[in-house]
Write a protein that binds this ligand. Structure first.
Ligand SMILES: [Zn+2]
Length: 237
């Protein structure tokens, strides 16, 4: 079973996700933008079983503490976990400390992101412990945005402030800032492209099964079916 915990991080209330495959103990974190202490707590007090850090895209609220988490894992006796991200965000990773200045925040809260150990490619398959997952390149909110798809798994989504605990079996999609419940990612930041975002949602996300639970970078969970029917930004796409 895949256990998913959500840790809200940074003033942007980004949903960092902590995942554990309870069959093997293998763990992964998606988008550690901040809150490393809380993320470590959600991992069970140590990063010693952390296999992967996935970065959907290199905005500060998603990537600002990648380096600190990787370093912490090494302190906890783990060989450096694999950072997985897309090659098209190299410049954004290197320039991450400039992003807070646009929002009136201090640069010191966020770290530059190192280059990935694994460059994500569209339709790449990886395994977290015993659980297979697939990556898709879904640009538009940012040029190298990736989403993570777990095609079939037993899961436990732990309760957050806004969702009840949910147990089930089926597909999960970690959508980052591509698709939200009732909304889509903004495209006015550098590297954004609204036509590309619409294409990504239509060709990479809306082709997934309707029952797929969507866990977004901000806000509550939704499903593909619900967004296809009701999302005013992409309805009928
Ligand atoms: Zn973003």
């Amino acid at each position: 079973m895949l256990i998913v915990k959500t840790v809200s991080v940074t003033p942007f209330e980004q949903n960092a996700r902590v995942m554990t495959d309870d069959a093997t103990g293998a763990q992964a974190v998606i988008d550690p933008g901040g809150g490393v202490k809380d993320i470590i707590a959600a991992l069970g007090g140590s990063a010693s079983r952390l296999d992967f850090v996935f970065l959907t895209h290199a905005h500060m609220d998603h990537g600002g503490k990648v380096e600190e988490l990787l370093s912490r894992a090494q302190l906890d006796g783990r060989a450096r976990p694999k950072l997985v991200a897309h090659v098209a965000e190299t410049r954004m990773r290197a320039g991450l400390r400039e992003q807070p200045l646009f929002f009136g925040l201090s640069a010191g809260e966020f770290d530059t992101v190192p280059e990935p150990d694994i460059y994500a490619e569209d339709a790449m398959v990886l395994t977290l412990g015993s659980v297979p997952l697939q990556l898709f390149h879904a640009p538009g909110h940012s040029p190298g945005h990736i989403v993570l798809y777990f095609p079939a798994c037993d899961y436990l989504l732990e309760r957050t402030d806004w969702d009840d605990e949910e147990r089930g079996s089926g597909p999960l999609l970690f959508a980052g800032d591509v698709l939200f419940a009732g909304s889509v990612g903004r495209t006015d930041l550098p590297g954004g492209d609204s036509a590309e975002l619409t294409r990504s949602i239509r060709e990479k996300i809306f082709v997934l099964p309707a029952e797929t639970i969507v866990l977004s970078g901000h806000g509550p969970n939704t499903t593909i079916g619900r967004e296809k029917k009701t999302n005013p930004f992409v309805r009928g796409q």
